[in-house]
Design a protein around this ligand. Structure first.
Ligand SMILES: Cc1cc2nc3c(=O)[nH]c(=O)nc-3n(C[C@H](O)[C@H](O)[C@H](O)COP(=O)(O)OP(=O)(O)OC[C@H]3O[C@@H](n4cnc5c(N)ncnc54)[C@H](O)[C@@H]3O)c2cc1C
Length: 294
């Protein structure tokens, strides 16, 4: 399969890329190409112009900024996987990345591309929802920040204008020693999850849960925060019975149906995956992430 004909541009600055987006009709940005190229080859998208972000300066970095971890949009998934800063501050991201495609796809795939593609089953999209991350976009009128809860406007449709570029994303790390786990159910290792769950928990000295985030990916049109679960377990001592009972509420998720699984199966998986994620997260409370083996 071959892509449709298009004109190719490789700007060196964000300003030039935005200028091209403003000037050219029916243009598409290219990041790692791991989703865009198959979509071009299958003729799901038919752009007249492709603007390559790979040579744009200043979009690939991982740094601490104001208590958050800021990641440049063009940072490759493989760089995140090997980053000591990510491992120490956002250990769930390290665990999740090992389940994203294959090392070949992670070598090219970027965090910005994954978030803009906005597949509801994508691990980084699920984590961004779980962390209430902040997305930074730049357009002709300058920079604006979007809370991740407002980022998906519809199925695989981000709240980015046609002439804007996602430049960075900020994650606020949880307290040292928090419990975390990303688990997924997929047909084969490297496939997109049919349903996944990301859990983060903090506990006090008495062992009671003081803060919880549970997000279900792949089940609905966007990742869903399991707020009933979060409420039910906060203030309680973690345990298998508590998690099993609380996660039953995940069966109510408004699930999608496709060739991979019916809605009822995804609802079942939502309950099972969220329970497993919480059980795994519990075992990691108080541990150093670098001591945890994945
Ligand atoms: C075989 C295979 C298996 C995979 N398995 C998984 C998996 O298990 N889990 C998972 O999460 N992902 C998986 N993926 C997807 C992979 O993570 C992709 O890398 C990701 O979805 C897209 O990132 P990219 O950098 O390649 O973006 P591209 O494909 O280049 O772009 C994707 C979309 O985002 C837009 N875009 C890109 N960057 C920007 C930007 N900075 N600003 C605005 N718009 C932008 C593009 O125009 C395009 O519409 C898989 C991919 C393959 C090929």
């Amino acid at each position: 399969m071959k892509p449709p004909p298009f004109r190719y541009y490789d700007p060196r600055t964000v300003a030039d890329a935005i200028g091209l987006l403003g000037r050219l009709d029916n243009a598409k940005l290219l990041a790692g190409g791991q989703s865009l190229m198959p979509m071009l080859n299958m003729r799901y998208v038919l752009p007249d112009h492709v603007i390559d972000l790979n040579r744009v300066e200043g979009l690939s970095y991982i740094r601490e900024a104001g208590g958050a971890i800021e990641i440049g949009a063009m940072t490759r998934q493989r760089e995140l996987e090997f980053s000591d800063l990510i491992r120490a501050k956002l250990p769930i991201m390290h665990e999740a990345l090992l389940q994203v495609g294959h090392r070949q796809t992670r070598n090219r795939g970027t965090i910005g591309g994954s978030l803009c593609h906005l597949d509801p089953a994508a691990a980084l999209v699920t984590l961004a929802a779980g962390y209430e991350a902040t997305v930074v976009v730049v357009g002709p009128k300058g920079q604006r920040e979007i809370a991740f809860k407002d980022f998906p406007v519809a199925y695989m449709t981000p709240a980015i204008e046609q002439n804007e570029i996602l430049t960075a994303i900020r994650f606020r790390p949880w307290a040292a020693g928090h419990g975390y786990a990303f688990v997924e159910f997929s047909r084969r290792h490297g496939d997109f999850a049919i349903t996944s769950a990301a859990a983060l928990i903090e506990a006090d000295g008495a062992g009671k849960i003081t803060r919880a985030s549970v997000t279900i990916g792949g089940a609905a049109v966007t990742p869903v925060r399991a707020s009933e679960v979060e409420k039910a377990i906060t203030g309680q001592k973690p345990g298998a019975d508590l998690f099993r009972q609380a996660c039953e509420s995940c069966r109510k998720v408004e699930a999608i149906e496709d060739i991979h699984a019916p809605a009822s199966y995804r609802q079942h998986l939502a309950a099972v995956m969220s329970r497993r994620a919480l059980e795994k997260a519990q075992t990691r409370i108080g541990q150093s992430p670098t001591a945890t083996r994945h």
